[in-house]
Write a protein that binds this ligand. Structure first.
Ligand SMILES: Nc1ncnc2c1ncn2[C@@H]1O[C@H](COP(=O)(O)OP(=O)(O)OP(=O)(O)O)[C@@H](O)[C@H]1O
Length: 236
């Protein structure tokens, strides 16, 4: 028997705005729960704006989009934290609190997302730190970690609530190629364990090496390698 899976993201006829300016028109795509998808396009083409719309940092004013069960065209402000709990978000700049330990950084997010039991919080912290290969980092301050290690902590933080998709905006952008490779492999492992990934990237090597599906922002449109040929060489 074939079971049809519900897409984890389903966008129909969406227009992506920055204020009154249209960034992308007639955006249509869906992502399945186990997919790994690259999001590419020249600088300023709309990758971040699309991701921000998906995590409700920008409003969806035209068209429809459903993500992890939330309808973005009608989401209310007080529902946004519940949407974010079901997403993992990873940015290029690490955005850890510099004056708090790794443990305190993780506990902060747990408390903000409804965790209260101290023992469970500790256990989950240990689990996510082990998952990213930094079991011994809990008491360290961010500045005592390398860039790649800090990014691993950000990924650990994004995994706390077992999101069904990770949205990543240039997660390897500030890292040396070797370190970037390790971070990318971590994303692949997380994907193999059943979490969908939508990753904006300028990293040409990754695109050549890993033939995942590609969404490309180009001239105000979103192209999809699932339905058309996409040149990755003009992505920059
Ligand atoms: N906060 C903002 N306010 C107004 N316009 C913005 C804002 N952020 C981005 N824009 C504009 O929206 C358009 C798309 O920018 P966006 O940041 O989404 O592109 P991008 O593809 O993510 O670029 P990059 O690869 O440089 O991150 C650009 O014209 C940009 O100038």
């Amino acid at each position: 028997m074939v079971f049809s899976k519900q897409p984890i993201i389903d966008v129909k006829g969406a227009v992506i705005f920055q204020g009154l300016d249209t960034v992308l028109q007639d955006v249509n795509f869906s992502i399945e729960p186990d997919e790994f998808v690259f999001l590419i396009g020249r600088t300023g083409s709309g990758k971040s704006s699309l991701l921000k719309t998906l995590y409700a940092d920008l409003p969806l004013k035209m068209g429809k989009a459903e993500i992890v069960g939330f309808h973005l065209e009608k989401i209310k402000r007080n529902e946004v934290p519940f949407l974010r709990r079901k997403l993992g978000i990873v940015f290029q700049d690490f955005q850890l609190f510099p004056d708090r330990t790794v443990a305190e950084n993780l506990f902060f997010v747990m408390r903000a997302t409804g965790w209260t039991d101290r023992e469970k919080m500790k256990n989950r912290m240990v689990e996510v730190l082990m998952r990213v290969g930094l079991a011994d980092a809990a008491t360290k301050m961010p500045h005592q970690l390398s860039g790649g290690e800090q990014q691993r902590i950000v990924i650990a933080r994004a995994l706390i609530n077992q999101p069904s998709i990770l949205l990543a905006d240039e997660p390897t952008g500030n890292l040396d190629p070797d370190v970037a490779d390790g971070i990318f492999k971590l994303f692949q492992e997380i994907n193999n364990e059943g979490t969908a990934i939508l990753m904006a990237t300028h990293n040409h090597d990754l695109l050549r090496k890993y033939p995942y599906r590609v969404l490309k922002c180009e001239k105000g449109k979103l192209l999809d390698s699932k339905t058309e040929d996409i040149s990755i060489n003009t992505a920059y």
